[in-house]
Design a binder for this molecule. Structure first.
Ligand code: ASP
Length: 458
């Protein structure tokens, strides 16, 4: 049965199984420090398989973003259009993030979460410093593109890729061969994504089983108000606010969007990283939703870095919660500062697990809330990070579709076809004929024939 199941089906089954196994381990208290299960299963087998999977996704992010964005810029062919798409995308990303945090503050205030609560916690939050905003902007231009790539500095990589693309366009016709080669390299990287995607069921299972086995349920109960408001705001923002915006601005079907986003959101949920999800997001919006690669290769990595609606919602909710808990009245000016700071904070921080809390410390410092307060919500952040990352990547894809539709850079027939791209995206078979043809290229060339001669004479 497993063999005949489609990849999406397998991923969903793996997700459910992972959650069940993890919760069972948790419920039966098998994950105690030093126990066999803890050492060899959750921190052994599950940890290794999960890490291998996340690493293999991350491995592809930088080459994919670099090459597909160069191809994207060349594909657009018009530098002014590029500027317009960039401006629009940035504007919509900022507006939706501001809406997200406002929703969270609104719902949080309505329920008065944290008022009159007493919580004792041993968790201490060590505030790591978020990058100063000035550095974020000045580092958009990398002094060393290789180190930017090595560090995965997305904004620098985007800048460098766009500059290469624009320069290729300026060279014009003589660069045709180069563009064709880059397109081919892009194809090859997309095939690598396919291979990794086919391993997803195992990775997703291991990541979720590990995460669930480590969940602290007592903590969730004691922080129920915070967790419930946060989850409610995440659901409201993605399913109501974003979908209304998608419908009103593009006229496209919301149910089609949600159905096609399922895989992407499972990847985001299990890896807790918008960055690691970039390869899947990019392929989904282009191959399954018909967005032109010229738009998506820019908007998706850009969104993974600067657009974090789910994270903004966490920050809004956490601010209300901690302010109420410590009896601090932030007032309208305080809330406006929170909104502004969260939007700005989201610009510079990459989509990796747990970064939201670092950004939160920046927001707290600005409005004078105690940073130690973050220690209170630390224990439940792992699972909430998974949920908010799914909302983060959902926002990136929705805005990508909106901008592409506005700019007429999408194939609506592909978007509306429920099966579009489903097969090609997951197809990892090797065609025997093309394999033979390619190996013939090798044996025909100089190195190949010399090699064969040496081999025969030895
Ligand atoms: N994990 C989130 C992401 O990758 C960021 C965060 O909120 O911690 O989008």
């Amino acid at each position: 049965m497993w063999k005949n199941m489609g990849l999406t089906g397998k991923i969903i089954v793996a997700m459910i199984l992972g959650i069940i196994v993890g919760l069972l381990i948790n419920y039966l208290s098998l994950n105690a420090e030093g126990s066999f299960i803890n050492t060899y299963v959750t921190n052994g087998f599950f940890a290794i398989v999960g890490k291998l999977f996340v690493n293999s996704l991350k491995m592809l992010v930088v080459p994919l973003v670099l090459i597909s964005l160069i191809c994207g810029v060349c594909g657009i062919g018009d530098i002014r259009l590029l500027g317009r798409i960039g401006g629009k995308t940035f504007f919509i990303y900022m507006i939706t993030t501001a809406l997200a945090i406002t929703t969270a503050i609104g719902i949080g205030s309505m329920f008065g979460i944290g008022k009159g609560m007493q919580i004792a916690t041993k968790a201490v939050f060590e505030a790591e410093s978020a990058p100063p905003l000035i550095d974020v902007f000045s580092n958009i231009v990398p002094s060393n593109p290789i180190s930017a790539m090595a560090n995965g500095d997305m904004l620098s990589i985007i800048f460098f890729a766009m500059l290469i693309g624009i320069s290729i366009l300026m060279v014009g016709k003589p660069a045709k061969g180069l563009v064709q080669s880059l397109e081919l390299i892009n194809e090859v990287i997309l095939k690598m994504v396919t291979i990794i995607m086919n391993l997803a069921p195992y990775g997703v299972f291991a990541l979720l089983a590990k995460a669930m086995s480590e969940l602290g349920f007592d903590l969730i109960w004691s922080l129920l108000g915070y967790v419930a408001v946060l989850v409610g705001a995440l659901i409201f923002h993605f399913f109501v606010t974003m979908m209304v915006i998608l419908k009103l601005t593009s006229g496209l079907s919301v149910t089609t969007f949600l159905a096609k986003m399922r895989d992407v959101q499972i990847f985001a949920f299990s890896t807790s990283s918008s960055n690691a999800t970039i390869p899947i997001s990019l392929r989904t919006v282009t191959e399954r939703m018909g967005v032109n690669n010229s738009v998506a290769s820019f908007t998706i990595p850009f969104g993974a870095t600067i657009n974090m609606d789910g994270t903004a919602i966490m920050q809004g909710t956490a601010t209300i919660f901690i302010a109420n808990l410590y009896g601090v009245d932030l007032g309208i000016a305080g809330y406006l500062t929170v909104i502004l700071m969260s939007v700005l904070a989201s610009i510079g921080t990459a989509g990796v697990p747990g970064v939201g809390l670092i950004m939160l410390s920046m927001v707290f410092a600005q409005v004078g809330l105690p940073i130690e307060g973050i220690g209170l919500i630390l224990g439940v952040d792992r699972i909430l990070d998974m949920l908010r990352t799914a909302v983060n990547v959902g926002g990136d894809a929705a805005v990508t579709v909106i901008v592409a539709k506005m700019e007429n850079e999408m194939d609506v027939a592909v978007y509306n076809d429920p099966n579009a791209g489903a097969e090609t995206m997951f197809d990892d078979h090797i065609d025997a004929d093309s394999e033979r043809e390619l190996s013939a290229v090798f044996s025909d060339n100089l190195l190949g024939s010399e090699y064969n001669e040496i081999k025969q004479s030895s």
